[in-house]
Design a protein around this ligand. Structure first.
Ligand code: AMP
Length: 215
């Protein structure tokens, strides 16, 4: 899945996992887990992650391919947040080719940057189970407390204005090359993500069904 931060990739992927049974690998989740470890690798990831910078390609590629594992199996994997650069896309193609697989679909979620900025600035998660809220669009009933489990709500370390600006600037720098790469491969499709979640989900499901993916 391609698209700027805040375009709803994670939200839509969760629905696709439920409906079609895909596996889901989000590079942000993989790197957040790595960031927690008190090792050289953890410190390296933290340095880039917390500033909203991209983690270096070699490290990212190694961690994500490792997380994907050798045997994709089943209906396949949704990758969210990876590849983010052309070298990552090339490394992914090579790794898949080596096992007779390929990227079947590069789905770009499109939304104006002022919309995604607001989604990111308002984003909150609960400590217990990552239930998500948005102070602008979907505030919790009690400020700072999860409606579902009562745990504390927190903001991601890179959902602060400076890091958001940096992340979106990097996205603008990298996205053109990625889109071109997948356009050339004939697998790029776009979905307008500046619509209610359910509407976007219906468009994506219809697209997958047209491609022959069974629900
Ligand atoms: P995300 O949750 O996808 O917004 O990713 C959060 C942060 O993780 C990014 O701002 C980067 O620091 C790092 N990250 C995630 N995916 C990648 C990637 N493919 N390449 C490099 N850094 C990444």
């Amino acid at each position: 899945m391609l698209g700027p931060q805040g375009s709803g990739k994670g939200t839509q992927a969760a629905k696709l996992v439920d409906r079609f049974g895909f596996r889901y690998v989000a590079s942000g989740d993989v790197l957040r887990a790595a960031r927690q470890s008190d090792t050289e690798l953890g410190r390296e990831v933290r340095r880039y992650y917390d500033a909203g910078e991209l983690v270096p390609d070699d490290l990212t590629i190694r961690l994500i391919l490792q997380e994907m594992g050798e045997d994709v199996g089943g209906p396949g994997v949704i990758l969210d947040g990876f590849p983010r650069t052309l070298p990552q896309a090339v490394a992914l193609d090579r790794a898949l080719e080596a096992r007779g697989e390929r990227v079947d679909l590069a789905l770009e979620l499109t939304a104006p940057l002022d919309v995604v900025k607001k989604r990111l600035e308002g984003r909150l998660y609960c400590r217990a189970a990552n239930h998500d809220y948005n102070t602008y669009f979907r505030p919790p009933r009690r400020p700072g407390v999860c409606d579902v489990d009562g745990s504390e709500l927190y903001r991601r370390p890179d959902d602060y204005p400076e890091a958001i600006e940096r992340r979106l600037a990097i996205w603008r720098e990298q996205n053109g090359q990625l889109v071109e790469h997948y356009e050339r491969a004939g697998v790029l499709r776009r979905v307008d993500a500046d619509r209610p979640v359910e509407e976007v989900a219906r468009s994506i499901s219809a697209l997958l069904e047209r491609m022959g993916v069974a629900a």
